[in-house]
Write a protein that binds this ligand. Sequence first.
Ligand code: UD1
Length: 345
Amino acid sequence: MKSKILVTGGLGFIGSHTVVALQEQGFDVVIIDNLSNSSLDVLAGIMKITQISPEFENIDLRDKEAVVNFFEKYPKIIGVIHFAASKAVGESVENPLLYYENNLTSLIYLLKELSQKDEANFIFSSSCTVYGQADTLPISENAPVKKAESPYGNTKQIGEEIIQDSCKVYPQISAISLRYFNPIGAHPSGEIGELPIGTPQNLVPFITQTAIGKREQLSVFGNDYPTIDGTCVRDYIHVMDLARAHVIALKSLLEDKLEKNYDVFNLGTGKGNSVLEVIESFERVSGKKLSYKIVDRREGDITAAYADTHKANSELNWKAEHSLDEALKSAWEWEKRVAQIEKEE
Ligand code: UD1
């Protein structure tokens, strides 16, 4: 039996693109997903792109017995990429216990199973949200982790600590936390992409849904920040670059290339763009004029965040390759594809 890689949340936005990248690199993948924020159509999309059908288990990782049974059924798992988690900041403020339960019990149950193995490699979906508003830009991995602004952000901070503490006592577990900046875009095939449920909270899906006519107008949250044009600055990274980074990080663990058995890496482009620059880029690549208005600041938003990417560049030998224009073009192609599918249904 070939060794396998488990991808939890493998039908989600970043998870599905990572499954494709893993399969293209010859990995045997099994997906766990409870379909709470995804659909089985994504599985069909993955198969269409790679011509390979990943194994799939509909499991809720809060169900301890199901997790134990899963690892008995798949004894050959040597690597886990853990995406499965709730990710809406506002919802986490309203329902903190759901977030702590969902994001942390699942992590603990997975690590408990891995702690019983002779060798295990673990990659955790973390976020640049752990830095809050950093004192210096670009943000390096040495920047202090600030008090979390939301229960969601706190689950990422606590999650990282749980993994770090576990790696100390279980040296057979090697782990990496990947701190993503702002993931956007879609697979160039148009088969998979981001599928927000309800009104999108993030900028790019809101832009594409406005351009396609699903939303009337984009609200730009504040233009009185101390930035080049007054709007917030973020580091937008193409999901294809992000997916590739996961495969590289996993390989580094499998090949014992890293010095420590626990480490953290930023994943960003290293470049900051304002909200107005994103709108301008979107209008350029889509040929559509976007309806938007400036409104008040959104509570909890930071002024600017972009990554210092030196560590991932030098130690993982990974670098973002896609531009903002390319990422927005792919997001737009995906939105048009979704509209076409919805019309056919
Ligand atoms: C948000 C989360 C962050 C999470 C990340 C995941 C908040 C405060 N932060 O980051 O914790 O890790 O998503 O992807 O929710 N914007 C508008 N109009 C909109 C939507 C957004 O102007 O309708 C602006 C925001 O003010 C911000 C930028 O666009 O300046 C990006 O926003 P968003 O996509 O929500 O990402 P973050 O806030 O950076």
